[in-house]
Design a protein around this ligand. Structure first.
Ligand SMILES: Nc1ncnc2c1ncn2[C@@H]1O[C@H](COP(=O)(O)OP(=O)(O)OP(=O)(O)O)[C@@H](O)[C@H]1O
Length: 293
């Protein structure tokens, strides 16, 4: 488990991290979300020891993180760090060996990752000859090739097409399933919504929300329902105890804190004709995000 505790960082007289605290649990992909300049990269650099915080610390398994711990981290930095003039396979084996793996294990890990990430046919290419998306995949492979015990990934999905997002997503889920903490930053809220059980939203260096995504969505969705009827649902506006939030002919989004009122809506809808869908509606992460930042 990775515990980020009370990190504060100032550059000059600007506070860019203010008491940043959250937990990345073992086996869980935790999405780190925030606008440009919110403080995601600085937080990650503090965890990695690349930037020294003015206050606070990161703990691994309850202990301060030392140099030997950091050697077991997999880190994908914002400034991508592959050698452009080195071949993909050679480079990954080299990185794995730098982390102490023997040649056979380094080669085995490299082969498996290139296969998983769809780069096997590019193994002999120079990094600079790869498309940007493939360079990104190779960068992800570089963060994983030494079997890290913690993963910190700065924008691993940026610049990837939808198929590549799925591929990388599968690989990261498999790594998390080994029981390691995985923290990744992303601007793509739809990806975070699909991928992450846990998330942290940061704005202006302050953590606005940290916790379970589903619980968060449920909490923000209280009383939100969606109904789809064959005919026009305009009558819903006159239902007592119901606030219609969005309405498009037969489809309506409404809020009510009274479950009986919701059941009355269903009853009345059925009396008018077929009901195609009815039930509680979870707010999207993007709506929560807009609300809290
Ligand atoms: N070395 C530095 N010196 C001065 N200011 C810095 C330094 N590093 C980061 N900052 C500032 O700290 C703030 C947070 O930056 P950071 O890169 O952590 O944000 P971010 O959330 O990762 O943004 P992005 O999504 O754009 O990568 C920004 O205002 C940035 O300009």
């Amino acid at each position: 488990m990775l515990d980020v505790q009370h990190l504060t960082k100032r550059f000059g007289d600007r506070t860019v991290l203010d008491d940043v605290t959250f937990t990345v649990r073992d086996g869980v992909l935790t999405g780190f979300v925030g606008a440009n300049g919110a403080g995601k990269t600085t937080t990650m650099r503090c965890i990695l020891g690349v930037v020294r915080p003015d206050a606070g610390e990161a703990l691994l398994g309850g202990h301060p993180i030392g140099i030997s711990d950091r050697a077991r981290f997999g880190y994908m930095p914002e400034e991508r760090g592959l050698y452009p003039k080195m071949k993909v396979h050679e480079q990954l084996v080299y990185f794995a060996e730098l982390h102490g793996l023997d040649r056979a294990t380094a080669t085995r890990n490299t082969d498996a990752l290139l296969e998983e990430l769809g780069l096997a046919e590019r193994r002999g290419d120079l990094v600079e000859a790869l498309s940007l998306g493939n360079q990104q995949r190779a960068q992800i492979a570089a963060a994983l090739v030494h079997d890290p015990e913690v993963l910190i990934l700065d924008e691993p999905f940026s610049g990837l097409d939808p198929i590549a997002v799925e591929t990388v997503l599968g690989v990261l889920q498999r790594y998390a399933a080994r029981g390691i903490p995985v923290l990744y930053s992303s601007h793509q809220l739809d990806v975070v919504e699909r991928l992450s059980d846990e998330l942290v939203i940061i704005s202006g260096g302050v953590v606005k929300i940290a916790g379970n995504r589903r619980a968060l969505q449920e909490e923000h969705s209280r009383g939100l329902h969606r109904i789809v009827v064959a005919d026009d649902a305009g009558w819903l506006r006159d239902e007592p105890g119901v606030e219609v939030l969005d309405f498009d002919r037969g489809t309506a989004l409404f809020r009510t804190t009274d479950e009986q009122a919701a059941q009355r809506v269903l009853h009345n809808a059925l009396a008018r004709g077929p009901v195609e869908a009815f039930g509680p509606n979870l707010v999207k992460l993007s709506e929560i995000y807009r609300e809290v930042i």
